[in-house]
Design a protein around this ligand. Structure first.
Ligand code: UTP
Length: 405
Protein backbone atom coordinates (compact mmCIF):
# COMPACT_ATOMS: atom_id res chain seq x y z
CA UNK A 1 0.00 0.00 0.00
CA UNK A 2 1.17 3.53 -0.64
CA UNK A 3 1.04 6.31 1.98
CA UNK A 4 -2.41 7.57 0.90
CA UNK A 5 -3.89 4.10 1.03
CA UNK A 6 -2.28 3.40 4.41
CA UNK A 7 -3.68 6.50 6.12
CA UNK A 8 -7.11 5.70 4.70
CA UNK A 9 -6.96 2.07 5.77
CA UNK A 10 -6.04 3.00 9.35
CA UNK A 11 -8.19 6.14 9.61
CA UNK A 12 -5.11 8.37 9.98
CA UNK A 13 -5.86 11.04 7.36
CA UNK A 14 -4.71 13.78 9.79
CA UNK A 15 -1.13 12.76 8.97
CA UNK A 16 -1.51 14.40 5.56
CA UNK A 17 -3.15 17.52 7.01
CA UNK A 18 -0.25 19.80 6.06
CA UNK A 19 0.51 18.09 2.76
CA UNK A 20 -0.18 21.23 0.71
CA UNK A 21 2.40 23.21 2.65
CA UNK A 22 5.20 20.74 2.05
CA UNK A 23 7.83 20.92 -0.67
CA UNK A 24 8.06 17.99 -3.08
CA UNK A 25 11.04 16.68 -1.15
CA UNK A 26 9.32 16.98 2.25
CA UNK A 27 6.24 15.28 0.85
CA UNK A 28 8.29 12.37 -0.48
CA UNK A 29 9.95 12.02 2.92
CA UNK A 30 6.61 11.96 4.74
CA UNK A 31 5.19 9.36 2.35
CA UNK A 32 8.29 7.22 2.75
CA UNK A 33 8.04 7.42 6.55
CA UNK A 34 4.37 6.44 6.50
CA UNK A 35 5.15 3.52 4.21
CA UNK A 36 7.93 2.32 6.50
CA UNK A 37 5.87 2.30 9.71
CA UNK A 38 3.78 -0.56 11.04
CA UNK A 39 0.37 0.97 11.78
CA UNK A 40 -1.09 -2.38 12.78
CA UNK A 41 0.28 -1.71 16.28
CA UNK A 42 -2.77 0.54 16.70
CA UNK A 43 -4.96 -2.58 16.79
CA UNK A 44 -3.59 -3.15 20.31
CA UNK A 45 -5.80 -0.29 21.50
CA UNK A 46 -8.89 -2.31 20.67
CA UNK A 47 -7.85 -5.14 22.95
CA UNK A 48 -9.11 -5.16 26.50
CA UNK A 49 -7.12 -6.05 29.61
CA UNK A 50 -8.97 -9.37 29.88
CA UNK A 51 -7.79 -10.40 26.41
CA UNK A 52 -4.27 -10.97 27.74
CA UNK A 53 -4.46 -14.68 28.26
CA UNK A 54 -2.06 -16.40 30.59
CA UNK A 55 -1.80 -20.16 30.53
CA UNK A 56 -1.33 -22.49 33.48
CA UNK A 57 1.40 -21.16 35.76
CA UNK A 58 3.70 -23.64 37.50
CA UNK A 59 7.07 -23.18 39.24
CA UNK A 60 10.40 -23.04 37.42
CA UNK A 61 13.28 -23.90 39.72
CA UNK A 62 16.12 -21.41 39.89
CA UNK A 63 19.78 -22.30 40.33
CA UNK A 64 20.28 -20.74 43.73
CA UNK A 65 23.38 -19.19 45.31
CA UNK A 66 24.23 -22.27 47.40
CA UNK A 67 24.39 -24.52 44.31
CA UNK A 68 26.27 -21.89 42.30
CA UNK A 69 28.85 -21.63 45.09
CA UNK A 70 29.26 -25.40 45.37
CA UNK A 71 29.71 -25.79 41.59
CA UNK A 72 31.56 -22.52 41.02
CA UNK A 73 34.76 -23.84 39.45
CA UNK A 74 33.02 -26.29 37.13
CA UNK A 75 30.54 -23.64 35.93
CA UNK A 76 33.17 -20.96 35.52
CA UNK A 77 35.42 -23.24 33.47
CA UNK A 78 32.59 -24.12 31.07
CA UNK A 79 31.78 -20.42 30.63
CA UNK A 80 35.40 -19.39 30.11
CA UNK A 81 35.88 -22.18 27.56
CA UNK A 82 32.91 -20.86 25.55
CA UNK A 83 34.22 -17.29 25.74
CA UNK A 84 37.74 -18.31 24.73
CA UNK A 85 36.29 -20.22 21.78
CA UNK A 86 34.64 -16.95 20.65
CA UNK A 87 31.14 -18.38 21.09
CA UNK A 88 29.80 -15.56 23.27
CA UNK A 89 28.87 -11.99 22.33
CA UNK A 90 27.17 -9.19 24.26
CA UNK A 91 24.21 -7.00 23.30
CA UNK A 92 23.73 -3.68 25.06
CA UNK A 93 20.16 -2.37 24.91
CA UNK A 94 20.58 1.38 24.66
CA UNK A 95 17.66 2.42 22.48
CA UNK A 96 15.39 3.59 25.31
CA UNK A 97 14.40 7.21 25.89
CA UNK A 98 15.23 7.24 29.60
CA UNK A 99 12.35 9.64 30.19
CA UNK A 100 12.21 8.96 33.94
CA UNK A 101 15.81 10.05 34.39
CA UNK A 102 14.94 13.20 32.48
CA UNK A 103 18.26 13.81 30.74
CA UNK A 104 18.27 14.86 27.07
CA UNK A 105 21.28 12.67 26.34
CA UNK A 106 21.24 8.88 26.04
CA UNK A 107 21.19 7.30 29.49
CA UNK A 108 24.63 5.76 29.02
CA UNK A 109 26.12 9.26 28.75
CA UNK A 110 25.03 10.06 32.30
CA UNK A 111 27.98 10.90 34.54
CA UNK A 112 27.45 8.94 37.74
CA UNK A 113 30.81 9.94 39.23
CA UNK A 114 31.10 12.38 42.10
CA UNK A 115 34.75 13.38 42.35
CA UNK A 116 35.61 12.22 38.85
CA UNK A 117 33.87 11.52 35.57
CA UNK A 118 32.39 8.04 35.43
CA UNK A 119 29.79 7.51 32.74
CA UNK A 120 27.22 4.72 32.74
CA UNK A 121 28.60 3.40 29.42
CA UNK A 122 32.06 3.46 31.03
CA UNK A 123 30.86 1.38 34.01
CA UNK A 124 29.50 -1.23 31.61
CA UNK A 125 32.68 -1.37 29.52
CA UNK A 126 34.71 -1.70 32.74
CA UNK A 127 32.50 -4.63 33.81
CA UNK A 128 32.95 -6.30 30.43
CA UNK A 129 36.72 -5.72 30.61
CA UNK A 130 36.87 -7.77 33.82
CA UNK A 131 35.86 -10.83 31.79
CA UNK A 132 38.10 -9.89 28.87
CA UNK A 133 41.04 -9.84 31.28
CA UNK A 134 40.04 -13.08 32.96
CA UNK A 135 39.53 -14.96 29.69
CA UNK A 136 42.26 -13.24 27.69
CA UNK A 137 39.67 -12.81 24.92
CA UNK A 138 37.94 -9.73 23.54
CA UNK A 139 34.18 -10.17 23.34
CA UNK A 140 32.13 -8.66 20.52
CA UNK A 141 29.80 -5.98 21.86
CA UNK A 142 26.69 -5.03 19.85
CA UNK A 143 25.00 -1.80 20.90
CA UNK A 144 21.35 -1.20 20.02
CA UNK A 145 20.37 2.44 19.65
CA UNK A 146 17.32 4.11 18.15
CA UNK A 147 17.01 6.64 15.33
CA UNK A 148 16.86 9.28 18.03
CA UNK A 149 20.08 8.53 19.89
CA UNK A 150 22.30 6.78 17.31
CA UNK A 151 24.32 9.90 16.47
CA UNK A 152 24.87 11.03 20.05
CA UNK A 153 25.75 7.52 21.23
CA UNK A 154 28.24 6.75 18.48
CA UNK A 155 29.81 10.23 18.75
CA UNK A 156 30.19 9.78 22.50
CA UNK A 157 31.95 6.42 22.12
CA UNK A 158 34.21 7.96 19.50
CA UNK A 159 35.03 10.94 21.70
CA UNK A 160 35.83 8.66 24.66
CA UNK A 161 37.78 6.19 22.49
CA UNK A 162 35.31 3.48 23.54
CA UNK A 163 36.71 3.71 27.07
CA UNK A 164 39.58 1.56 25.85
CA UNK A 165 37.51 -1.10 24.07
CA UNK A 166 38.86 -1.89 20.56
CA UNK A 167 36.84 -0.48 17.65
CA UNK A 168 36.71 -3.78 15.82
CA UNK A 169 34.84 -5.35 18.73
CA UNK A 170 32.03 -2.77 18.92
CA UNK A 171 29.13 -2.64 16.46
CA UNK A 172 26.23 -0.19 16.67
CA UNK A 173 22.84 -0.84 15.12
CA UNK A 174 19.43 0.81 15.09
CA UNK A 175 16.12 -0.58 16.29
CA UNK A 176 12.75 0.01 14.65
CA UNK A 177 10.41 2.87 15.48
CA UNK A 178 6.63 2.76 16.07
CA UNK A 179 4.00 5.50 15.67
CA UNK A 180 2.74 7.33 18.78
CA UNK A 181 -0.92 8.33 19.08
CA UNK A 182 -3.39 10.29 21.22
CA UNK A 183 -5.93 8.72 23.56
CA UNK A 184 -8.32 8.21 20.63
CA UNK A 185 -5.78 6.30 18.59
CA UNK A 186 -5.00 9.17 16.20
CA UNK A 187 -1.30 9.21 15.38
CA UNK A 188 0.44 12.51 16.13
CA UNK A 189 2.51 14.60 13.79
CA UNK A 190 5.80 15.79 15.24
CA UNK A 191 6.36 18.24 12.42
CA UNK A 192 4.16 19.09 9.39
CA UNK A 193 6.09 16.53 7.35
CA UNK A 194 6.98 14.02 10.08
CA UNK A 195 4.97 11.42 11.96
CA UNK A 196 5.60 11.26 15.74
CA UNK A 197 7.43 8.01 16.43
CA UNK A 198 9.25 6.41 19.33
CA UNK A 199 11.52 3.36 19.71
CA UNK A 200 9.38 0.21 19.57
CA UNK A 201 10.62 -1.32 22.82
CA UNK A 202 13.52 -3.63 23.59
CA UNK A 203 11.81 -6.83 22.37
CA UNK A 204 12.72 -6.27 18.73
CA UNK A 205 16.49 -6.46 19.26
CA UNK A 206 17.03 -9.76 17.45
CA UNK A 207 14.89 -8.83 14.48
CA UNK A 208 16.70 -5.51 14.25
CA UNK A 209 20.02 -7.35 14.28
CA UNK A 210 18.74 -9.42 11.39
CA UNK A 211 17.36 -6.50 9.41
CA UNK A 212 20.48 -4.38 9.80
CA UNK A 213 22.79 -7.21 8.73
CA UNK A 214 24.46 -7.34 12.15
CA UNK A 215 23.40 -10.94 12.64
CA UNK A 216 25.61 -11.93 9.74
CA UNK A 217 28.55 -10.49 11.62
CA UNK A 218 27.51 -12.48 14.71
CA UNK A 219 27.42 -15.69 12.74
CA UNK A 220 30.58 -15.01 10.75
CA UNK A 221 32.38 -14.50 14.07
CA UNK A 222 31.11 -17.91 15.23
CA UNK A 223 29.06 -16.46 18.10
CA UNK A 224 26.46 -18.93 19.38
CA UNK A 225 25.28 -17.14 22.52
CA UNK A 226 24.35 -13.52 23.13
CA UNK A 227 24.27 -11.94 26.57
CA UNK A 228 21.62 -9.26 26.41
CA UNK A 229 21.70 -6.53 29.05
CA UNK A 230 20.14 -3.19 29.89
CA UNK A 231 22.05 0.07 29.82
CA UNK A 232 20.97 1.18 33.25
CA UNK A 233 22.24 -1.52 35.60
CA UNK A 234 25.70 -0.22 36.39
CA UNK A 235 26.85 -3.09 38.62
CA UNK A 236 25.79 -6.10 36.54
CA UNK A 237 28.36 -8.66 35.47
CA UNK A 238 28.37 -8.96 31.69
CA UNK A 239 29.26 -12.24 29.97
CA UNK A 240 29.68 -13.68 33.44
CA UNK A 241 31.46 -17.02 32.87
CA UNK A 242 29.68 -18.71 35.80
CA UNK A 243 26.26 -17.73 34.44
CA UNK A 244 27.18 -18.80 30.91
CA UNK A 245 28.63 -22.09 32.12
CA UNK A 246 25.52 -22.82 34.18
CA UNK A 247 23.16 -22.23 31.25
CA UNK A 248 25.29 -24.37 28.94
CA UNK A 249 25.86 -27.25 31.35
CA UNK A 250 22.17 -27.34 32.29
CA UNK A 251 21.36 -27.64 28.58
CA UNK A 252 19.00 -24.63 28.48
CA UNK A 253 18.47 -22.34 25.49
CA UNK A 254 18.01 -19.23 27.65
CA UNK A 255 19.65 -18.11 30.87
CA UNK A 256 18.08 -15.37 33.01
CA UNK A 257 19.82 -13.63 35.86
CA UNK A 258 17.38 -13.24 38.74
CA UNK A 259 17.35 -11.74 42.21
CA UNK A 260 15.38 -12.95 45.22
CA UNK A 261 12.45 -10.61 45.78
CA UNK A 262 12.84 -8.04 48.57
CA UNK A 263 9.31 -8.67 49.68
CA UNK A 264 6.33 -10.39 48.04
CA UNK A 265 4.98 -7.06 46.82
CA UNK A 266 8.14 -5.91 45.06
CA UNK A 267 7.23 -4.66 41.57
CA UNK A 268 9.26 -7.09 39.55
CA UNK A 269 8.33 -9.81 37.04
CA UNK A 270 8.98 -13.34 38.35
CA UNK A 271 10.05 -16.46 36.47
CA UNK A 272 7.72 -19.41 36.09
CA UNK A 273 6.53 -22.00 33.61
CA UNK A 274 3.42 -21.17 31.61
CA UNK A 275 1.82 -24.20 30.00
CA UNK A 276 5.16 -25.94 30.49
CA UNK A 277 7.30 -23.27 28.80
CA UNK A 278 9.42 -20.63 30.51
CA UNK A 279 7.62 -17.37 31.15
CA UNK A 280 7.46 -14.28 33.32
CA UNK A 281 4.52 -13.12 35.38
CA UNK A 282 4.61 -9.34 35.55
CA UNK A 283 4.11 -7.75 38.98
CA UNK A 284 0.62 -6.51 38.10
CA UNK A 285 -0.43 -10.02 37.09
CA UNK A 286 0.74 -11.66 40.33
CA UNK A 287 -2.22 -12.82 42.40
CA UNK A 288 -2.21 -13.11 46.19
CA UNK A 289 -2.24 -16.87 45.80
CA UNK A 290 0.72 -16.87 43.44
CA UNK A 291 2.68 -14.59 45.74
CA UNK A 292 2.11 -16.86 48.72
CA UNK A 293 2.67 -20.31 47.17
CA UNK A 294 5.37 -22.08 49.20
CA UNK A 295 7.69 -24.94 48.28
CA UNK A 296 8.56 -27.99 50.41
CA UNK A 297 11.12 -25.89 52.30
CA UNK A 298 8.46 -23.35 53.19
CA UNK A 299 9.95 -20.77 50.83
CA UNK A 300 8.08 -18.73 48.25
CA UNK A 301 8.09 -20.48 44.92
CA UNK A 302 7.58 -17.46 42.65
CA UNK A 303 10.29 -15.46 44.31
CA UNK A 304 12.90 -14.76 41.64
CA UNK A 305 12.66 -11.49 39.75
CA UNK A 306 14.28 -10.83 36.38
CA UNK A 307 16.84 -8.03 36.00
CA UNK A 308 17.06 -7.80 32.18
CA UNK A 309 20.29 -9.75 31.86
CA UNK A 310 19.74 -12.81 29.69
CA UNK A 311 21.74 -15.29 27.68
CA UNK A 312 20.09 -16.25 24.38
CA UNK A 313 20.98 -19.04 22.00
CA UNK A 314 21.46 -17.54 18.54
CA UNK A 315 20.23 -20.60 16.61
CA UNK A 316 17.00 -20.73 18.60
CA UNK A 317 16.40 -17.01 18.17
CA UNK A 318 16.84 -17.38 14.43
CA UNK A 319 14.30 -20.18 14.36
CA UNK A 320 11.68 -18.11 16.16
CA UNK A 321 12.58 -14.69 14.76
CA UNK A 322 9.42 -14.48 12.70
CA UNK A 323 7.06 -15.27 15.56
CA UNK A 324 5.51 -11.92 16.31
CA UNK A 325 5.69 -10.54 19.83
CA UNK A 326 2.74 -8.66 21.30
CA UNK A 327 2.88 -4.90 21.55
CA UNK A 328 2.37 -3.31 24.97
CA UNK A 329 0.53 -0.01 25.10
CA UNK A 330 2.31 2.52 27.30
CA UNK A 331 0.85 5.87 28.28
CA UNK A 332 3.40 8.68 27.89
CA UNK A 333 3.89 12.40 27.34
CA UNK A 334 4.24 12.85 23.57
CA UNK A 335 5.20 16.21 22.03
CA UNK A 336 3.22 16.96 18.86
CA UNK A 337 1.90 19.70 16.58
CA UNK A 338 -1.78 20.60 16.74
CA UNK A 339 -4.17 21.33 13.84
CA UNK A 340 -2.85 24.88 13.60
CA UNK A 341 0.72 23.69 13.36
CA UNK A 342 1.72 24.81 16.89
CA UNK A 343 4.13 22.63 18.84
CA UNK A 344 2.70 21.27 22.08
CA UNK A 345 4.87 19.85 24.88
CA UNK A 346 2.38 18.17 27.23
CA UNK A 347 2.82 18.33 31.03
CA UNK A 348 0.87 15.11 31.55
CA UNK A 349 0.58 11.88 29.54
CA UNK A 350 -1.45 12.65 26.42
CA UNK A 351 -1.29 9.43 24.47
CA UNK A 352 0.23 6.06 23.84
CA UNK A 353 3.45 4.50 22.61
CA UNK A 354 3.79 0.88 21.54
CA UNK A 355 6.53 -1.40 22.78
CA UNK A 356 7.58 -4.99 22.37
CA UNK A 357 9.35 -6.37 25.42
CA UNK A 358 12.19 -8.82 25.89
CA UNK A 359 10.22 -10.56 28.60
CA UNK A 360 7.77 -11.85 26.00
CA UNK A 361 10.66 -13.55 24.19
CA UNK A 362 11.26 -15.83 27.13
CA UNK A 363 8.02 -17.70 26.51
CA UNK A 364 9.09 -18.46 22.93
CA UNK A 365 12.19 -20.30 24.13
CA UNK A 366 12.28 -24.03 24.79
CA UNK A 367 13.89 -23.83 28.20
CA UNK A 368 15.31 -21.28 30.61
CA UNK A 369 17.59 -21.34 33.63
CA UNK A 370 16.84 -18.69 36.25
CA UNK A 371 20.27 -18.02 37.77
CA UNK A 372 20.35 -16.28 41.14
CA UNK A 373 22.67 -13.32 41.68
CA UNK A 374 23.24 -11.21 44.77
CA UNK A 375 21.22 -8.04 44.54
CA UNK A 376 23.84 -5.98 46.38
CA UNK A 377 26.47 -6.92 43.81
CA UNK A 378 24.54 -7.00 40.60
CA UNK A 379 21.38 -4.95 40.63
CA UNK A 380 21.71 -1.19 40.61
CA UNK A 381 19.41 0.14 37.89
CA UNK A 382 19.36 3.85 37.19
CA UNK A 383 15.74 4.57 36.29
CA UNK A 384 14.84 7.67 38.29
CA UNK A 385 16.56 10.83 39.43
CA UNK A 386 15.89 10.15 43.10
CA UNK A 387 14.56 7.47 45.41
CA UNK A 388 14.08 3.86 44.32
CA UNK A 389 16.28 2.69 41.43
CA UNK A 390 17.92 6.05 41.12
CA UNK A 391 21.30 7.66 40.62
CA UNK A 392 21.62 7.81 44.44
CA UNK A 393 20.88 4.12 45.03
CA UNK A 394 23.17 3.05 42.18
CA UNK A 395 25.99 5.17 43.63
CA UNK A 396 25.58 3.45 46.99
CA UNK A 397 25.93 0.05 45.37
CA UNK A 398 28.88 1.06 43.24
CA UNK A 399 30.66 2.25 46.40
CA UNK A 400 29.82 -1.03 48.15
CA UNK A 401 31.42 -2.82 45.22
CA UNK A 402 34.61 -0.82 45.61
CA UNK A 403 34.14 1.55 42.66
CA UNK A 404 35.64 4.97 43.35
CA UNK A 405 33.16 7.68 42.49
P1 UTP B 1 13.21 0.91 30.18
O1 UTP B 1 12.03 0.05 30.18
O2 UTP B 1 13.75 1.31 31.51
O3 UTP B 1 12.91 2.20 29.29
O4 UTP B 1 14.34 0.18 29.35
P2 UTP B 1 13.72 3.53 29.03
O5 UTP B 1 13.20 4.07 27.76
O6 UTP B 1 15.20 3.33 29.10
O7 UTP B 1 13.36 4.48 30.24
P3 UTP B 1 11.99 5.27 30.57
O8 UTP B 1 10.95 4.22 30.83
O9 UTP B 1 11.67 6.14 29.39
O10 UTP B 1 12.36 6.06 31.81
C1 UTP B 1 15.02 -0.97 29.75
C2 UTP B 1 16.17 -1.20 28.79
O11 UTP B 1 15.69 -1.40 27.46
C3 UTP B 1 16.26 -0.45 26.59
C4 UTP B 1 16.67 0.71 27.46
O12 UTP B 1 17.68 1.47 26.81
C5 UTP B 1 17.14 -0.02 28.70
O13 UTP B 1 18.43 -0.55 28.52
N1 UTP B 1 15.26 -0.07 25.56
C6 UTP B 1 14.01 0.34 25.95
C7 UTP B 1 15.62 -0.12 24.24
O14 UTP B 1 16.77 -0.49 23.89
N2 UTP B 1 14.68 0.23 23.30
C8 UTP B 1 13.43 0.64 23.65
O15 UTP B 1 12.64 0.95 22.73
C9 UTP B 1 13.09 0.69 24.99
Amino acid sequence: MNAKEIVKEYGQEQLLRFEDRLSAEEKAKLYAQIESLDFSVLDELKKKAGDLHKGEITPLKAMELSEIKARHDELEKAGLDAIKAGKVGAVLLAGGMGTRLGSDNPKGMYNIGITRELYIFECLINNLMDVVKKSGTYIHLFVMTSDLNYESTTNFFKEKKNFGYPDEYITFFKQEMAPACDHDGKVFLEEPGKVAVSPNGNGGWFLSMMKTGVLKKVKDAGIEWLNLFAVDNVCQRICDPVFIGATLLEGRTIGAKVVRKNDPDERVGVMCLEDGRPSIVEYYEQTEQLRNTLDERGERVYNFGVILNYLFNVAEQEEIANTSLPYHVVEKKIPYIDEKGNTVKPEAPNGFKFEQLVLDMIHLGKSCLPFEVVREYEFAPVKNKEGVDSVESARELLKKNGVVL
